[in-house]
Each structure stands twice: as structure tokens, then as C-alpha cells.
Design a binder for this molecule. Sequence first.
Ligand code: C5P
Length: 405
Amino acid sequence: MASLRLLCEDITMTAKRILLGISGGIAAYKSAELTRQLIKAGHQVEVVMTESATRFVTPATFQALSGNTVYTDLWDPRPSNAMAHIELSRRADAFLIAPATANLLFKLAHGACDDLISTLAAARTCPLIVAPAMNLQMWQNPPNQRNLAQLRADGVTVFGPGNGSQACGETGDGRMLEPHEIVELLNGFFADKLLAGKKVLLTAGPTYEAIDAVRGITNISSGKMGYALARACRDAGAEVTLVSGPTGMPAPQDIRRVDVASAADMQQAVLTEVGSTNVFISVAAVADYKVKNRSEHKIKKGAVVPTIELEENPDILATVAGLPAAPFCVGFAAESQNLLEFAEAKRRRKKLPLLVANLAQQAMGADDNQVVLLDNAGQHPLPQMPKDEVARAIVRHLARLLPSR
Ligand code: C5P
């Protein structure tokens, strides 16, 4: 019963009506893919464009992708009351402008109403989100930064920009975020802020225990579950720090990531960060043992087969849970047999208010996961779902437990 309720809450969270504004930067070509991905995520999309945006990509492209009429002109007679600037934004849950050029940011910051997009922004009742896209120097230009600060102060949400190579050949800040990053942040924007004001520290991924300069012991943890939880906590309004073992995962937006390799490095990073943390979620598959006789140089092949001696690693989670002012600690248990029995024993041994149990062979590396939440009230099984949905369900459960502490 409890698990069904968690699932239903997730489904109702997603579908929104998005008014997508496109201004005239080269990143407008990415907005075609953004439209497609917004629709794939279940949203309805209506597109409005500035005149210069239509020089980069035609309205017909967006009309075909969104399945809706594209508006570019304040004087368009097609809306029923001929007031596109009012009608279009009134039926939207959010007005997302991507790309937002420096010129458009200037106009928005100063309340200009000289075209359809700026007038829609002024007349809207829904939240406004901008995804800036411009050349590095334009981004850093002090007037542009002042406009950004003004927009933030006015309650406008800013997605990005990203950092990397730009169409002009330069490298730096100012790239529009990739469509999948914008969709991810937008879904997070609508999430309930269940962890607002909380600081969350997580570990994720495997650890790497060196044998010599080029070899080591690691495990098949992908980091997908830990990163999904980090994003879910961020979307729930928490300030998130992610201590990550070596994974191929991209650093999530608006999350501070500390990269580590060994369990000892991970322990040190966690103890450095844990100070004012409210919640510690230990998702990492931490190696239980490290190599005692590791070699600084590459071990040469020789007549004698080398012997690797192991010694125990610190238990990071148990250490944090045992601190005098311990945060609310959440553990994971990946077992290959006797899942619930072993997991509950682990929860009690490590003195955890919440533990997430999953089958190692089913969970590690996979995109989906099926977990059971164990707390002082008992067992709460969840259905098999994508790890992002599992993460959101864990956050909702965690948020319910938090105030009682
Ligand atoms: O005892 P076991 O390794 O199965 O416990 C799993 C939980 O403990 C996970 O939450 C994992 O991140 C954490 N752990 C840890 N340090 C270790 C071993 C496990 O923090 N050395």
C-alpha cells in the first residue's frame, strides 16, 4: 500500500505545460532537440520565437516537433482574443527561454516589452526560467552580469550556462546547457521542495584500492543510484555535496562533487564535509579491504607469483553514524542472498534510521532497481522502477522520517 502511494505521487509530478521561448543565438538549433526531449518527458510544449531566432531555425521545425502553432509576432491575429502576449503564458506552468541571449536578458531585466517574448515575460503569471547562451566575453561582460543578478533578484530561475567549446571557437562559460540537462533541471524545478534548507552529503560509485602504480582492486558499481539520489536531493531543495569514487558519470548541475579513489580518501573527504550536514546517504560500494603491501612502482612479471596482502578499510558509514552529532544516516545494502535478513542486521549493527536494501546482481550497473526500505517501522518494498524514480521515492520517505528526529 505504502509503495503504491509513493509510485502514484511520482506519476502526477511530471506532465506540465511549457511555453518555450527561443531567442536569436546559434544555440537555437539545440532547442529543436530540447522540444523533442520535453515532449518525450511527457510535457506539452508551445513555442514562441524572436524574429532573429527564426533566422537560425524556422518556425516550421518547432511546429512539427511540438505539434502546436508557433508564434513569433505580437500582432499575430490567430489567438482567439488576438492577445498572444496574455493568452500563451496564462495556460503555461512555466515560461522557459532557451536560448536566452545577452540582449534578451537585458530586456527582461529592464522590463522591456517590444516583441512577443519580452511582452509575454512581462505579462506572465507563471515562473520564468532562462537558459543563457552566449560567447564567453559577452557572458562575463559586467552589464550582462548585472542583468543576471537583477533577474535572479526578481525571482527568475537561471539554468546554466555550461562551460566548454563555443561556436565562435573560444572555450569557457556561456554555452547553453545540453537539452537533457535542461529537461532534468526543469523536472527538478517542479519537484516538491521536501528537503529545503537541508544539507545532504552522499557517497557514490566504487572505490579503487591500488595494488601498484597501474593496477588496483575495484568493483562493478556504476554510480547510477548514488548520482540519481544526489539529483533527487538537489531537486527537493537540498544543498548537495557528492563524494564520488571513479565513475564515468558527468558531474550533475548545481551539485558540489568531490572526486576520490580509495576508501581512505573517501573517508577523509566525508569527515571533512560532514560538519553541518543534516543527512548522510552512503550509496558507495566501498571496498572492505585495501592492499597492505602495495607497490609504488609497477610490479614486474618474474619467477615468483606476487601475493597480495589485504587489510581492513574503515567503515565510513558506521564512523559517521557513531559521531557525537551524527546526521540522519541512510545506508545501502547490496546482498546476493538472504536480502532482508542481512540488510536488517546491517541496519541495526550500524545504528541507521533508514537502510535501502537491494539485490547486488540486479542493482549494480543497471538502469532500474527494485529496493526495500527498512526503518524502525518495518519494511517498505517499492516496485521495480528506473533509478531516478527509486531515488525520488527514497527522498520522499526520508523527508517523512526527518522531522521526527
Ligand atoms: O557492510 P556493508 O559494506 O555491506 O554496508 C553497506 C553500507 O555501508 C553502504 O551504505 C556503504 O556505502 C557503507 N560502507 C561504508 N564503508 C565501508 C563499507 C560500507 O561506508 N567500508
